[in-house]
Design a protein around this ligand. Structure first.
Ligand code: PNS
Length: 191
């Protein structure tokens, strides 16, 4: 019997997904944040990232719209350089504007983000999907920091230290020294 209409043939699966560029020969990842200051949680993630990607650039957001930072971007860069010096494939940079544009300027194809707890997930998901919308060829990769650091944040470190609590083991020793100096200068100024 002759068919009255043609059943359209479905295209093969691979033709229906969004086509993305292939893996570059050298995978560059950007680990961006405020790092005010860098904690051992950040450092743990940098160590893990340095083992996974050919090059990892730790990038400080210069113009904080949230709270004014305790350390200037130059100071944060100095602290970062001091603590990542041992990793030959890790660099330090700073940026303004869109993170995905900064990543593209470095030919980076990965944005590395740390997840500490499920509470981080919603904010991180929003950012990852927005960044994907802006530049689909840049992938966000989430990594879990060591559970020993899952409760640490720069904000809490500053608060506890400011109130006289111990932050031993939570930040690199060089950062603790800087915090102590900054706190004593603030006290002298009566701030
Ligand atoms: O670890 P943080 O401090 O929460 O880092 C947030 C950061 C710097 C990754 C985020 O604020 C950012 O990417 N800012 C740059 C501006 C931008 O690209 N905004 C759109 C993000 S979807």
């Amino acid at each position: 019997m002759k068919r009255l209409f043609r059943i359209p043939r479905r295209p093969p699966v691979f033709a229906r997904i969004i086509r993305l560029p292939r893996k570059p020969p050298i995978v560059v990842a950007i680990y961006a944040g405020s790092f005010d200051p860098i904690t051992n949680g950040h450092l743990d993630l940098i160590q893990r990232g340095s083992r996974m990607f050919d090059k990892l650039i730790v990038s400080i957001l210069r113009n904080e719209t949230k709270d004014p930072p305790l350390f200037s971007s130059e100071e944060r860069m100095e602290m970062l350089r001091e603590v990542v010096g041992g990793y030959s494939n890790v660099g330090v940079d700073s940026f303004d504007g869109l993170l995905v544009d900064h990543a593209a300027a470095h030919s980076a194809t990965v944005l590395l983000r740390g997840i500490r707890a499920i509470s981080d997930y919603e904010y991180e998901l929003q950012m990852a999907l927005m960044n994907r919308r802006l530049r689909p060829e840049i992938e966000t990769v989430f990594m879990m920091a060591n559970e020993a650091y899952s409760f640490i944040s720069s904000r809490l470190v500053k608060e506890v230290f400011g109130l006289g609590g111990s932050i031993k083991g939570l930040v690199p020793p060089a950062v603790e020294t800087r915090l102590r100096l900054r706190l004593s200068t603030k006290k002298q100024r009566g701030a």
